[in-house]
Design a protein around this ligand. Structure first.
Ligand SMILES: [Zn+2]
Ligand SMILES: [Zn+2]
Length: 246
């Protein structure tokens, strides 16, 4: 993927680090949305310099000041790397669920993950590294401006509370573009699943959240880790939901 991203739906640019993506949050992704309410950023990738996101803005003749809202799916390190930098440059309000907000603000550590071998083994070295070297890889704290949950609306996006991977996990749905942003409630790397098994805090909630997402009318799905789904998103979610626990 080019450093400046690919369009997965009209006005939706999918971003991931162009090199060493494995070591930068396990092929983590973030999304730039060009909406009637200005540019909305969903998650902030791994690197603290936010350079991939800044380059993507510049490539579209936009500046950080054009970013009007920064939405966070949840408080895991891989998704928070560029947050403080982007907040400083854009001064855009930051939104997250209240359960995640104090982690994002640096007031509480993120909950531990299992280091047992499970499906999606490629994830394990990243989690072990993050646990052992945790203090070295913590994100730069950034306060959350607005606490949001199910039913909130930011520009054209509907906010969906999708607990399971973490208790305050959010997904975002752009109905008019049939585009869904799942964070880690649904990922495609290293396997298609609702969150990495090692990081799934509540299995029952995870699968209930996936079932609810599968009821939406969706074409494109921007996921937290791995390549986006660009066609028949609803069908992919329904099939996974019907298959059940991984
Ligand atoms: Zn996560
Ligand atoms: Zn993640």
């Amino acid at each position: 993927m080019a450093a400046t991203g690919i369009e997965i739906a009209p006005g939706v640019v999918d971003l991931t680090p162009p090199q060493n993506g494995y070591l930068k949050g396990g092929y983590v992704h973030s999304f730039l949305l060009d909406t009637p309410d200005g540019v909305i950023l969903i998650d902030t990738l791994f690197d603290a310099d936010a350079q991939v996101i800044l380059d993507a803005l510049a490539a579209r003749s936009k500046t950080p000041a054009d970013v009007k809202h920064i939405l966070l799916t949840h408080g895991h390190r891989a998704h928070l790397g560029g947050l403080a930098k982007l907040k400083e440059l854009s001064r855009a309000p930051v939104y997250a669920h209240e359960w995640e907000a104090d982690i994002i603000a640096g007031e509480r550590k993120q909950q531990g993950v299992s280091l047992r071998p499970m499906k999606g083994l490629a994830v394990l070295p990243i989690l072990i590294g993050g646990t052992v070297f945790g203090p070295l890889s913590e994100h730069k704290p950034c306060p959350v401006d607005h606490l949001i949950t199910q039913g909130a609306r930011i520009g054209p996006l509907q906010v969906l509370h999708t607990p399971g991977h973490t208790p305050g996990h959010l997904a975002f749905y752009w109905h008019e573009r049939r585009a869904l942003f799942t964070g880690d409630a649904f990922v495609t790397w290293p396997l298609i699943c609702p969150g990495w098994p090692n990081t799934m805090l509540n299995k029952k909630q995870t699968w209930e959240s996936l079932r609810r997402l599968s009821e939406l009318d969706v074409q494109a799905i921007g996921v937290g880790h791995g390549a986006a789904i660009t066609q028949n998103g609803s069908q992919v979610l329904r099939e996974l939901s019907a298959r059940g626990y991984v």
